[in-house]
Design a protein around this ligand. Structure first.
Ligand code: GCV
Length: 704
C-alpha cells in the first residue's frame, strides 16, 4: 500500500522532507486520473494548470489548456468570459454552470473568489468569474474526490461569506531574547525568518501558500505585532524581503500585510514626533506607503498594535486610536490598502489591590466611544473575548457595540492558552460556537454577521497562526486541523465543525492510503471532537481563566498572576472564587452587552455555568444549573478530564501501524506529555481548592 504522505523535495537535499498536511499527492488521485480542460488565462489560472498537470502526471490523467477543443474531458475548469470552445460536451457543461448560476438568483454573481460546479452529460464544469474563483473551485474538486464526478450531483454555488480571511504571524525577524523566533510559536522556527534574515526557503513558503489557499485563507501578515527595531525595517530598508514573500504567495491568491510600529516616523524616518496630526508625519506615512506599493502592487496593508503592552501609539501625543488609525488609513487609501488596528488595549500596569479596574472592560471603554470616527479603510480587529484568548470567555461586547465601524474578529490558532500544541485541543467547535453567538439575543445577528458586515464590507476573520518550520508545520500533527478549520470557517462560518474535521481527515489520511479508513476516521473524531472541552475540564474552571504558569503560559500556575500587574485575577479565598463583573455589585462589565445578555450575565442565577466565575464571585457551595456545587464541579471535571486524556491515548494506540509511522510517533509522544500535564493540572487545581475551601470531595478521591 502506498503511503504518499510527504511532498517531494528537490533531489540532492539532505533536509528531511516536510509533511504534506491536507494536500498529500494521494488527495489528488481522483482528479489526476481524469481528463481535464483548463480554460482561461491569468496568474492564478496558471497555478490551477500547474496543480492539475502535476496530479495528471502522477495518476495517468490528461490535461489541456485552452484553446484546445475536440477532446473528451471529464472536468472543465473555465473562466467566464474566456470565450466559447467548439466542443459540444464542454459547452453543455459550461452552459449547465451558467444555468445553475442564473437559478441561484441575485444576478448570478460569483464575485472575485466564487465558483459554480455543475454536471452535464459526462462532464463536470467548474466556472468562475475570476482566476481566484477557479483556484478555490479546484481545491473544492480535490476535497470532493470521486464525488465531484457523480452524475447525480446537483449544481452548487460557492462564495466566501467573508472577504477577508487572514492569518497574523507573530514571527520575529531577529530572535527575541525572551519570546524567541516566533512569539507564542509552538512549531519550531519561522517559515519566513531565521536569526535576523529571511529564512530563504521559498519552496516552503510556496507550499505554505498552497495549503492556505486550499483551506480558504487569502491574506497573511508576516511579522509579529510587537515590532522591534529589526522588524520595523521591513517597512523601508528591508522591504525587498517582504516583496520576495509576496511574490511567492501571489500565485495562490494570498496578499501580504505588514505589522508596523506606530513610532516608525521617528525610528525609521528620523522625525522628532509620530503625532498623527503632524503634517510631516502624515507626509512621511504617505511616502513610505507609496514606496511599499511600488514594490508590492497588491500589498494588503498594515496591522497595528498600538498603546498596548508597551507598543507605541497615539496616546503619547494626546491623540486617540481613531486619530492614530486614520493617519495610516489615509496613506493606504489611494492604493486600496487597509489598516487592521487592534483593539487589544488595556492597562498592563494594574494594581492587584484595586478591584475597580477590570481588564475585561478595557477594549470597550477605549474603542466604543470612537465608533463612526474611523476611516472606511480601517478595520478594528477585536479579540473574540474581552480578555485574552482563554479556553472559555464570553464573546467581546465590542463586537456588538460599533455599528459604524468595520470590525474583524481575531481568533488564536496558535495554542498559547490551549495546550501549546503539546495537547490535543481541537478548536473548531469553540470557534463555531463563537461565530454563531447572537450578541443581541436569540434570533438576532451573529458574530459571523458582524465580521461579514453590511454589503460584505466587514473586517472578516483573522487568526494568529500556529505554523512554523516544524516538519509537521504545527508541532502537533493534529493541530494542523485547527489551521484548516480556521480557513474553512472563515470561508463559511455556518459549516459544521465536525464536517470540516471529516474533510481534514480524508484529505490528510486519504482512505486509499490507509489500511482501515473507517477506524482512522472514527478514532480521530473520538479523540478530537470533544478535546477542547476535555482541555477545559482539567484547566481553569467555569470561565475564570488564566491560572497558567506566568510567562510561558504552559501548565498550571493557579496564583501565578494573582498578585501581578496584568489584570487577570480569580480572587479565590476560603469562602469562594470568581470575579464580580455585575453592574449591581461588581465592575459593571456585564452591562457592556446589549440588554438580553446584560441581563443573563448580571445574575448568577441566569449566568450560564461555563461562564459563572468569569462574571461572579460565588461561594464554593453555590449550586450550578447542572445540580452540582462549584467545588464538587471543580473536583469532578478535573478527575474526568484526566480520564478522558487516558482514553484518548488508548484510542490513539489502536492506530499504530495504520497510518504514517512518523505521524503516529509524534502524536503518541505528545499524548504522553498531555497526560503528564493534565495530571499536574488536576492535582494542583484540586489541591488548591481543597486547601482554600476545606470541603472534601464527596466521592473521596485522592486530593493532595
Ligand atoms: C503578541 C498576549 C500574548 C502576547 C501577545 C499579545 C497580543 O498578551 O501573551 O504574547 O503579543 O497577547 O495579542 O498582542
Amino acid at each position: 500500500m502506498e503511503q504518499l504522505v510527504f511532498v517531494e523535495e528537490p533531489e540532492g537535499t539532505d533536509e528531511p522532507r516536510v509533511h504534506a498536511a491536507w494536500l498529500p499527492p494521494e488527495a489528488f488521485r481522483a482528479l489526476g486520473a481524469r481528463r481535464v480542460l483548463v480554460h482561461g488565462h491569468g496568474l492564478l489560472v496558471d497555478t490551477v494548470l500547474d496543480e492539475v498537470s502535476r496530479a495528471c502526471a502522477r495518476y495517468g490523467g490528461r490535461v489541456w489548456h485552452s484553446p484546445s477543443w475536440d477532446v473528451d474531458v471529464d472536468l472543465v475548469l473555465a473562466l467566464r468570459g474566456a470565450g466559447e470552445l467548439p466542443n459540444p460536451a464542454v459547452e453543455a457543461a459550461r452552459a449547465a454552470g451558467e444555468a445553475a448560476l442564473a437559478e441561484f438568483g441575485d444576478g448570478g454573481t460569483l464575485g472575485d473568489e466564487g465558483f459554480v460546479l455543475a454536471r452535464a452529460g459526462e462532464v463536470t464544469a467548474v466556472v468562475a468569474d475570476a482566476p481566484a474563483g477557479l483556484l478555490y473551485g479546484l481545491f473544492h474538486v480535490v476535497r470532493l474526490c470521486a464525488a465531484a464526478y457523480d452524475p447525480a450531483r446537483p449544481p452548487e454555488r460557492h462564495r466566501p461569506a467573508l472577504r477577508r480571511r487572514m492569518l497574523n504571524h507573530w514571527d520575529n525577524v531577529a530572535v527575541h531574547p525572551v519570546m524567541g523566533q516566533v512569539e507564542r510559536g509552538y512549531a519550531g522556527g519561522s517559515i519566513f525568518w531565521h536569526r535576523g534574515r529571511p529564512r530563504g526557503d521559498l519552496a516552503r513558503i510556496r507550499e505554505y501558500g498552497r495549503l492556505l489557499a486550499a483551506s480558504g485563507v487569502n491574506a497573511i501578515s508576516v511579522n509579529n505585532v510587537n515590532v522591534a527595531r529589526t522588524e520595523a525595517l521591513l517597512l523601508t530598508d528591508r522591504l525587498g524581503d517582504v516583496a520576495e514573500i509576496a511574490d511567492v504567495l501571489r500565485p495562490y491568491g494570498i496578499r501580504v500585510h505588514l505589522s508596523i510600529t506606530f513610532a516608525a516616523p521617528v525610528v525609521l524616518g528620523g522625525l522628532s514626533t509620530a503625532d498623527p496630526m503632524d503634517e510631516a508625519v502624515r507626509a512621511w506615512w504617505a511616502a513610505a506607503t507609496r514606496n511599499v506599493y511600488e514594490r508590492i502592487p497588491d500589498f494588503g496593508g498594515y496591522v497595528v498594535k498600538a498603546d498596548s503592552e508597551g507598543q507605541p501609539g497615539p496616546f503619547t501625543y494626546g491623540r486617540d486610536h481613531a486619530d492614530g488609525a486614520n493617519v495610516l488609513a489615509e496613506a493606504l487609501a489611494p492604493h486600496g490598502g487597509v489598516v487592521h488596528w487592534r483593539a487589544f488595549v488595556y492597562n498592563h500596569h494594574q494594581d492587584w489591590r484595586d478591584r475597580s479596574t477590570d481588564r475585561a472592560r478595557a477594549a470597550y471603554d477605549h474603542f466604543v466611544p470612537l465608533d463612526g470616527r474611523f476611516r472606511t479603510n480601517v478595520i478594528v480587529q477585536v479579540k473574540f473575548g474581552p480578555v485574552d484568548f482563554q479556553t472559555r470567555e464570553p464573546v467581546s461586547p465590542v463586537l456588538a457595540a460599533m455599528p459604524a465601524t468595520r470590525l474583524a474578529v481575531e481568533l488564536q490558532v496558535t495554542q498559547e492558552y490551549t495546550g501549546q500544541q503539546r495537547h490535543v485541543c481541537h478548536l473548531g467547535p469553540w470557534w463555531s460556537e463563537l461565530l454563531r453567538f447572537e450578541p443581541w439575543g436569540p434570533g438576532g445577528r451573529t458574530i459571523a454577521d458582524v465580521a461579514t458586515g453590511e454589503a460584505e464590507a466587514g473586517g472578516g476573520l483573522v487568526a494568529v497562526a500556529n505554523t512554523g518550520a516544524d516538519l509537521f508545520w504545527t508541532g502537533h500533527p493534529l493541530a494542523q486541523a485547527n489551521l484548516y478549520t480556521f480557513g474553512r470557517l472563515a470561508w463559511d462560518p455556518r459549516l459544521d465543525p465536525s464536517a470540516i474535521l471529516d474533510e481534514w481527515i480524508s484529505l490528510t489520511f486519504p482512505p486509499s492510503a490507509t489500511a482501515d479508513p473507517e477506524l482512522v476516521g472514527r478514532t480521530l473524531h473520538e479523540i478530537m471532537d470533544d478535546s477542547w472541552r476535555t482541555y477545559e475540564r482539567y484547566t481553569a474552571p467555569l470561565g475564570v481563566g488564566f491560572m497558567v504558569h506566568p510567562g510561558d503560559h504552559y501548565g498550571p500556575g493557579i496564583d501565578g498572576y494573582e498578585y501581578t500587574r496584568w489584570g487577570t485575577y480569580h480572587f479565590a479565598d476560603r469562602d469562594g472564587v470568581g470575579v464580580d463583573r455585575s453592574r449591581a455589585s461588581g465592575t459593571g462589565f456585564a452591562a457592556q452587552y446589549p440588554p438580553y445578555w446584560a441581563q443573563v450575565y448580571e445574575s448568577p442565577d441566569s449566568c450560564p455555568d461555563e461562564l459563572l466565575l468569569f462574571f461572579h464571585h460565588v461561594p464554593y457551595q453555590h449550586v450550578l444549573h447542572s445540580g452540582s456545587t462549584v467545588i464538587q464541579h471543580i473536583y469532578d471535571t478535573h478527575f474526568a478530564g484526566v480520564e478522558e486524556v487516558a482514553v484518548m491515548r488508548r484510542r490513539w494506540q489502536t492506530l499504530n501501524g495504520m497510518i504514517d509511522p512518523a505521524v503516529y510517533e509524534r502524536v503518541a509522544e505528545r499524548l504522553d506529555e498531555q497526560m503528564r500535564s493534565a495530571t499536574e493540572w488536576r492535582d494542583q487545581v484540586n489541591t488548591y481548592f481543597f486547601r482554600k475551601s476545606g470541603v472534601p470531595d464527596e466521592r473521596g478521591r485522592v486530593i493532595y
